[in-house]
Design a protein around this ligand. Sequence first.
Ligand SMILES: [Cu+2]
Length: 504
Amino acid sequence: MTSRTLTLPLVLSLLLGCAPDPAVSASPTTTVASTGLTPLSSTEAAKLVAVGDPINAVLTQAPNVPPPITRTEPARLQVNLEVKEVVKPISDGVDYVFWTYGGDVPGSFMRVRQGDTVEFHLNNHPDNKMPHNIDLHAVTGPGGGAASTFTAPGYSSQFTFKAANAGLYVYHCATAPVGMHIANGMYGLILVEPPGGLAPVDHEYYVMQGDFYTVGKYREKGLQPFDMQKAIEENATYVLFNGSEGALVGDNALTAKVGETVRLYIGNGGPNLVSSFHLIGEIFDKVYTEGGTRVQENVQTTLIPSGGSAIVEFTVEVPGTYILVDHSIFRAFNKGAIAMLKVEGPENVAVYSGKEVDAVYLADKAGTGAAVADAATATASGTLSKEGQVKAGEALFAGTCSTCHQADGKGLEGVFPPLAGSDYLLADKQRAIGVVINGLNGPVTVNGKDYTSVMPPMSQLNADEVANILTYVLNAWGNDGGVVSAAEVTSVRASTPRPAGAAH
Ligand SMILES: [Cu+2]
């Protein structure tokens, strides 16, 4: 990957500690091997005195980041943050009661300058049910502000702190039970820029991981309550970027153009899991490890602790869809920890020869994901048609079954039996449901040919998904039709003895 290039005036302004002029473009005059930010010491910063009238801080909702600070003096900055308890989708057809800073998960992004005096107002909306507070990791002082900001519904509280240390900091609620408040989405990021700021880039985005615990299984429909026991056992139902499955996929993906520089402010709210943050098909040119001021270079995967952060920077050189994951990979494919960065622009065959193979990674998010979402909504309201099942099933088949049985359902001679025109499949619907739920261990004869192989149980699929996939299979490639309902799947599942804990 390329190293950053800076113009001489910009370098000088950085060295002199002035704010970089955003109008200065990065033309390749001088190359600087940056070793990180050049912050003041916290003792120096703590002595700075605010200049001028108080100003209102710009707060943004993820994935947006407030603009870089161009002030050259410390200020008195007023932050107004409202806590709202809201019902929102956590996945297609699945709702959850989130507790939020600013209405969204993660909470509003705050950007301040090192040495600023921050006058912090926490407002707990009158419709809320719970008291809340805030612990900002950027604060020096007991509880990071927690005790001073304990606020009942319908009240506001205020405290003031000096942003003495530069870096990217997590904030979160610290009201008992603390784990529950965090698990419900009460966390966000505050960036404390050193006086010289960060080098200009083309795009800055805000992405924050969190783990969620619901009484229902992954993707089980309806309003799902928080499950305290699962949280204590650290057995996450969902692991998500920006608070919902699909928050950053498809039309909501992050975007960039070939040749542009991207900076991600990544946080991990937890409450429990440590993130192995990775961007498939990219290498981080720079990582401000743990959100501090030192830079590590050429990093593939960076570890982000619960209650920690990282700043990553890279240049995109090849067009296509890049997938952000927690590389603890079951979380990506089976708990929702997937986000996308879509890069547009001319191919760059010198760097990469072409041919996109991302479908394997994207599974049902590859493009037809809308059909799955529609089916989920229709199922929840009891109005899903056979056509709806077929459409959703097609998308799920592409992400789940086609790797082995192939997109045309013909399988692979001697290895994977066909589903198109399969006498085995079409003879017995209950048996076919059983194969998908429990897998199949050869020998088996399909259309006169013997297979002695293994199909793993597809236990990650819920009853709706199995029903939709099989309805698609029964109506594709000249198969003679038929419908499989979620109720039939549930009854086959109930009649099959399974080891305890095997159901996802
Ligand atoms: Cu709270």
